[in-house]
Design a protein around this ligand. Sequence first.
Ligand code: COA
Ligand code: ZN
Length: 292
Amino acid sequence: MSETSSGSGRPRSVRIVEVGPRDGLQNESALVPAEDKVAFIEALADAGLPVVEATSFVSPRAVPQLADADEVLPLVRRRPGVRYPVLVPNMRGMERAERAGADAVAVFTAASEAFNERNIGMTIEGSLAAFEPVLERARELGWWRRGYISTAFGCPDAGAVVPAKVVEVCVALLDLGCEEISVGDTIGVAEPDDVRRVCDRLLDRLAVETIALHLHDTRGRALDNVRAGLERHVSIYDSSAGGTGGCPFAPGAPGNLATESLCALLDGLGIEHGVDAGKVAAAATALRAELS
Ligand code: COA
Ligand code: ZN
């Protein structure tokens, strides 16, 4: 559990989950060579990021940018103590992840039926059923298990999302064996009040150490939303080096929160994060050269 600093009520330290190599690259039209992805992942781990989401074992037709996951993951020189989760939607993906030497998995569903249908062609219930054997197998293998819930603050297809639904899906993911749930503002529509409201509802049912926030900066509100999460003691935040990425299945969803901006905010608030933002920026710059 993260300690709470006296007075401010904010956590003393934050864990940053780097999603650039997955959420970033899946939204770039350029196909980055496998060795450059590997270099990007390794540079991010070298920058002190404790979790670097490496790639996705999804259908190559759905996300051609990450179709080389089977090649990329085994090439990554792992840094001790760093986790490299990979996205897995079904047992087919789990088998690929296992062969490639993964040791951490992330499953992903949504708070909105319409979005989930378009993103993975499943109902929310159907996706949870598909994850059951994935998470069971991951548990047998001793892998770290993360769950994502997209569109938790609004959906491009269905508009408003009911917080009670967010809570229901998060509880279901934890019941299936996820150790942490990343609550996503996939299209960047949340306002700080929304973050406070959803966090309050979640905290009625979930331990704060199981909640991460995955914020997009579409309307420039991501950092204000991080502050709102910090007020509610949430101490895990997803971000993307250089602010690259988004979700190609959510039109109008560019721009994850940049890891460097998150570090700067935390530095200003005196909250520890252990990341060298200069090294993150250098990694993002090197990657950008590959994208242009
Ligand atoms: N890895 C590789 N290929 C896979 C796969 C996996 N994990 N799962 C399914 N496939 C292949 C199937 O073999 C099939 O290939 P074919 O058309 O050449 O025969 C094709 O993908 C479709 O499979 P199907 O089982 O009919 O699933 P679907 O078309 O309903 O797609 C998903 C379901 C989940 C596989 C697909 O929607 C997907 O990968 N979505 C990922 C979206 C994503 O990553 N979003 C990012 C988060 S914002
Ligand atoms: Zn995202």
